[in-house]
Ligand binder design. Structure first.
Ligand code: GLN
Length: 313
């Protein structure tokens, strides 16, 4: 493939072109603190593995809740803690065909395990595998791993979102107790959920997410200091699951129209890892009906086209 570099000016133009798509979506309101977020925001950061440069545009430096994008680094940490085999004995790798917080997919499909790590049930099971005696210890380990893999020492817990998530998180509680009751997970459910609610409430930027994605795209090596943060094998597996289940029930359509491994969050974030080429972070809080960033997907589609980065081409 040709090396194509995008100029900041060009990125700003594409942000301007796609900004209006926020009107087609809505901010998440099932978590009350997310309903307060201004939908009129769009930003992107691209880490170019060829030049080792960051290209940032629009609201790339705005802090927002990582939400389900946390499912990626926490899965990577669970693999570090337990090994690939144990993690995928606990959690399957199939798309669910149901919404991200569905409980019935496990029953209908007669599953003995949550179906994949990128829906809530699977992510709660992933958090149960993180080493640490209680929620505090698990969370501290998640936070320091996040800071390292995003190369962002300023990631903090958004207390308001955390309390909002915890107060209204009864569907997540039902998922966790369902799994515990069916011997799908081990450990203390309230501690696991507390760590899960906190991991979802981390304040990140599109720039930090681009760097995380760059590690995934770069065989697990942080391009800014050459450190192998995760194994190449785990980077490959995670990108595969992102391709089949990263955008929930919209993953198929996203693969057809955009064509890069990606993961979304209801805070409006999107991360995309283009193998050996780019790590991309996007932020725009208004969501489409599947819970994915409406303007974010449109912008990513244009950028991937411009960079000739569709992995299926
Ligand atoms: N914290 C959110 C939840 O558990 C994450 C969901 C998401 O981003 N899709 O409901």
């Amino acid at each position: 493939k040709l090396v194509i570099q995008m100029e900041v000016k060009e990125l700003e133009q594409l942000i301007g072109k796609n900004f209006h798509y926020y009107q087609t979506g809505q901010v998440a309101d099932y978590i009350p603190a997310l309903a307060e977020v201004d939908p009129k925001q769009l930003g992107m950061a691209i880490y170019d593995l060829d030049t080792k440069q960051l290209i940032e545009g629009g609201d790339a430096d705005v802090r927002f809740a990582i939400e389900s994008m946390s499912k990626v680094p926490v899965l990577l940490l669970a693999i570090k803690d337990n090994g690939i085999e144990k993690v995928f004995q606990t959690i399957n790798t199939e798309p669910t065909g149901f919404a991200f917080n569905s409980i019935m997919n496990m029953e209908i499909n007669h599953r003995k395990h949550p179906m994949n790590p990128f829906v809530n049930a699977g992510a709660i099971a992933t958090t149960s595998l993180i080493a640490g005696k209680d929620a505090d210890e698990k969370f501290e380990r998640i936070l320091s791993f996040m800071k390292e893999i995003c190369d962002d020492p300023n990631i903090t817990l958004n207390e308001e979102i955390y309390h909002s998530e915890s107060r209204t998180g009864d569907i997540n509680r039902s998922l966790a107790y369902y799994m515990k009751g069916n011997q799908m997970i081990e450990g203390d459910v309230p501690e696991i959920l507390d760590a899960y609610f906190r991991q979802c409430s981390l304040n990140v930027t599109a720039t930090g997410i681009a760097k995380l994605a760059a590690v995934l795209a770069n065989k697990g090596i942080a391009p800014w200091n050459g450190k192998q943060i995760i194994t190449e094998e785990s980077a490959t597996i995670v990108k595969s699951i992102m391709t089949t289940a990263g955008l929930y029930d919209e993953s198929g359509e996203f693969s057809v129209h955009v064509g890069v491994p990606a993961k979304s969050g209801v805070g409006g974030g999107l991360m995309a890892a283009v193998p050996n080429r780019y790590g991309i972070g996007v932020f725009s809080p208004a969501l489409d009906p599947f819970g994915n960033s409406a303007a974010g997907i449109q912008l990513l589609k244009d950028v991937v086209k411009e960079l000739d980065a569709d992995i299926f081409e």
